[in-house]
Design a protein around this ligand. Structure first.
Ligand code: CAA
Length: 689
């Protein structure tokens, strides 16, 4: 590629200059691209024969943004601002030709062009907020001028992309084109020249800059983004677009961007961005391993999980058969799926016709034989080993050769389940999180005999289903629930020693989780664990007492908290306080006030300790995998980067000392720092170094 440099090509089609950029995979605006663009724009400006310029990208997308790997390094001229200034200074029409995802700095570059044309499948957006940033290349000043501050803020604070038809309706783009994009953009440029259309830059438009409704929109959009710096900075920058002259607003945007990009939150969010992509790569996967094609799925079990998994397939456009043992159970499951879709439709998240299309992809049957046509079968039946083994023995008999056989168990031994078949190489775990159609995390559990092809198939399927797949090894609870179990143990201890559920939850929420452990257990239901413990002869003093008093969680209107009818808001419950105080007394514990800092440490540090053991055992391949699991499966605040990243920021020597302190005080040897923490701390290193 490129007569300007390796990434940028400059050619002319009669009087139209065509600048084509090719920087795979996503045309990030790295230094070489910016330099090439600046040079191409100079040539176009100086060539009197050139009457208009088209900027297009080769490969799968228009620029997907600034090159994130350059953040935190010394800036190299020309910067994106210089390229954008060169576009605006071009006295000839500049047309951006959009396809794929024009995101971040890529979309901002397009906003500086005089015109934008796009293919119908293109999407534009400013996802910087997801990296803890704001659009730093004029997006917060130009987009409000183009579509009004309220709509612009919506795009900037959610970071969600906008599809081309909507972009056309809102005036973000000028035309949707058919056929070859570059040819169509050249034709468009020619028309602009022939018609002598005025070259009005977005920066010079003022007519949409109204403050009406802005304050309310800002409040509504940021209400649930507590703790994050970026959304507030986005609001400030867009407000500046209304009240300050363009250049002044641009200057303030730059200052806000620089503050965010050097701040801890954005660093943490960039870590999660790359860790998520890394997690999709299984380190020991041979190149020869190939995902198997999947055109049809089956789910065994029409319960909440099975139905949710079925929805994931339908949402991805893959036909799926849901198998349940009896007609009534099946109908109940399908009704639940339909009700879920209807809720989304009523909230405007889905068209009624699209709901019909998705429901039509789901077939419910009561004969297990139906799995014979599926390329992947996901078992989501009752969480009991013998039941699972029976299902897998039948799947072995009925599923076609090479079908992926997956269990959605959240803790049972995948190897034992695999042994119920004569093809353990095709068996693995696909651990979805509830609600399965919403939660992004997918733990892929590889058994001792699972083949690489099967793992590659599951990872590929996970991505197609819109999930974030992370491959882990077999152990009790896998990665996420095994770590969570440490938090549950510590929650009970804190309650026995003197804290109340509302205090524990408040500390965890203040740390950044969407809900605390007690509210989370109320949501999941306390009776499930109670039954499992009874079966194993185990006790959890407080939770058992709560269950014995009929406190099963939200479903009974009372658990660790009380819930008014129809409400999900946890209300502190004096009866629960009584049960807890009595439990402390029974153990002869003198209750004491416990501060927020201690609660947070005891909620977080034992989990990180377990994460270290998980790494030692090779159950997770990388610390970043654990971070991704906690961010996408358990609501770990993304701006804190995940538990292992967070531990590195605190320094492992500090973690080691605090764990030792708590282990000594509680005389619980399992709280002693893991060998990996001791070793890394002694070497002054972190998990990620
Ligand atoms: N910079 C550097 N690398 C990037 C990148 C970027 N902006 N966007 C993607 N990549 C890399 C990924 O890390 C990945 O690398 P590996 O193959 O080595 O893992 C590769 O490109 C492919 O990415 P995906 O696996 O994510 O591919 P996809 O097809 O699933 O998704 C995408 C493509 C929608 C563009 C997605 O990559 C994405 O959302 N990228 C980030 C977009 C973004 O946030 N842009 C704003 C950047 S900040 C900015 O522009 C600041 C500013 O205002 C100036």
């Amino acid at each position: 590629m490129g007569n300007i440099n390796r990434s940028v090509d400059f050619s002319t089609d009669s009087e139209i200059a065509v600048v084509t950029v090719d920087n795979p995979p996503v045309n990030a605006l790295k230094h070489e691209v910016r330099a090439g663009l600046a040079e191409a724009l100079r040539q176009a400006r100086d060539d009197a024969a050139v009457k208009a310029v088209v900027i297009a990208c080769a490969g799968r997308t228009f620029f997907a943004g600034a090159d994130i790997t350059e953040f935190g390094k010394p800036p190299q001229a020309p910067g994106l601002h210089d390229v954008i200034a060169a576009i605006e200074a071009t006295p000839k029409p500049v047309v951006a030709a959009l396809h794929g995802t024009a995101l971040g700095g890529g979309f901002e570059l397009a906003l500086a062009c005089h015109f934008r044309v796009a293919v119908s499948g293109a999407r534009v957006g400013l996802p910087e907020v997801k990296l803890g940033l704001l659009p730093g290349a004029g997006g917060t000043q130009r987009l409000p001028r183009l579509i009004g501050p309220e709509k612009a803020l919506q795009l900037i604070v959610t970071g969600e992309p906008m599809a081309a038809p909507k972009a056309l309706a809102d005036g973000v783009i000028d035309e949707i084109v058919e056929g070859d994009l570059t040819a169509a953009a050249i034709a468009f440029a020619r028309r602009v020249v022939a018609e002598g259309r005025p070259l009005k830059l977005v920066r010079d438009r003022e007519d949409k800059l109204s403050a009406e409704g802005f304050a309310d929109a800002a409040e509504a959009l940021t209400r649930r983004l507590r703790g994050r710096d970026a959304p507030a900075a986005c609001v400030e920058a867009v407000r500046n677009a209304i009240v300050l002259p363009f250049e002044e607003g641009l200057k303030r945007e730059g200052e806000l961007f620089r503050k965010l990009v050097t701040g801890d939150q954005s660093k943490a969010q960039r870590h999660v961005f790359f860790a998520e992509r890394e997690a999709a790569k299984v380190p020991d996967m041979p190149d020869a391993a190939k995902p198997r094609p999947i055109t049809h799925g089956a789910v065994v079990g029409a319960g909440t999980m099975g139905g949710g998994i079925g929805m994931c397939f339908a949402n991805a456009g893959i036909p799926v058969t849901i198998v349940e043992t009896g007609r009534d159970l099946l109908q109940k499951g399908l009704d639940r799926v339909a009700a879920n879709y209807r809720t989304t439709v009523s909230r405007g998240g889905l068209g009624a016709d699209e709901m019909e299309r998705r429901m039509a992809l789901i077939t419910g049957v009561t004969e297990l034989e139906a799995v014979g046509s599926a390329d992947v079968v996901i078992e989501a039946v009752f969480e009991e080993m013998n039941v699972k083994k029976r299902v897998f023995a039948n799947l072995d008999r009925l599923a076609k050769p090479n079908a992926l056989l997956a269990t959605n168990t959240s803790m049972l031994d995948v190897n034992e389940i695999a042994r119920a078949t004569a093809r353990p190489e095709d068996v693995l775990g696909t651990h979805f999180f509830s609600p399965a159609n919403v939660m992004r995390l997918l733990e892929i559990v590889r058994g001792a005999q699972t083949s690489f092809d099967a793992i590659a198939t599951a990872v590929g399927l996970g991505r197609r289903l819109g999930k974030v797949p992370v491959t882990v090894g077999v152990c009790y609870g896998f990665v996420g629930n095994r770590m969570l179990a440490r938090r549950s143990i510590e929650t009970e201890r804190l309650l026995l020693e003197g804290a109340l559920p509302q205090e524990v939850d408040a500390a965890v929420v203040a740390f950044g989780f969407p809900m605390g452990p007690c509210a989370m257990m109320d949501l999941a239901g306390l009776d499930v664990g109670w039954r499992i413990r009874k079966g194993r002869g185990e006790r959890a003093l407080i939770e058992d007492a709560l269950c014995e008093a009929g406190h099963f969680g939200q479903k009974t209107g009372k658990g660790y908290f009380r819930y008014e009818a129809g409400s999900r808001t946890p209300v502190p419950d004096p009866e629960v306080e009584g049960i807890i105080i009595e439990a402390s007394a029974r153990l002869g514990i003198n209750r004491r006030p416990i501060g927020e800092e201690e609660i947070v440490e005891r909620m977080i540090f034992p989990m990180i300790n377990e994460g270290a053991r998980i790494l030692e055992e090779g159950i997770a391949a990388r610390p970043g995998d654990i971070d991704v699991i906690w961010v996408y499966g358990y609501g770990w605040p993304v701006w804190r980067g995940g538990p292992m990243y967070y531990a590195d920021r605190l320094r492992l020597a500090h973690l080691r000392d605090r764990l030792t302190h708590y282990a000594d005080r509680s005389e619980d040897g399992t709280l002693q720092p893991a060998a990996l923490i001791r070793r890394l701390a002694a070497e002054g290193r972190g998990f990620t170094s």
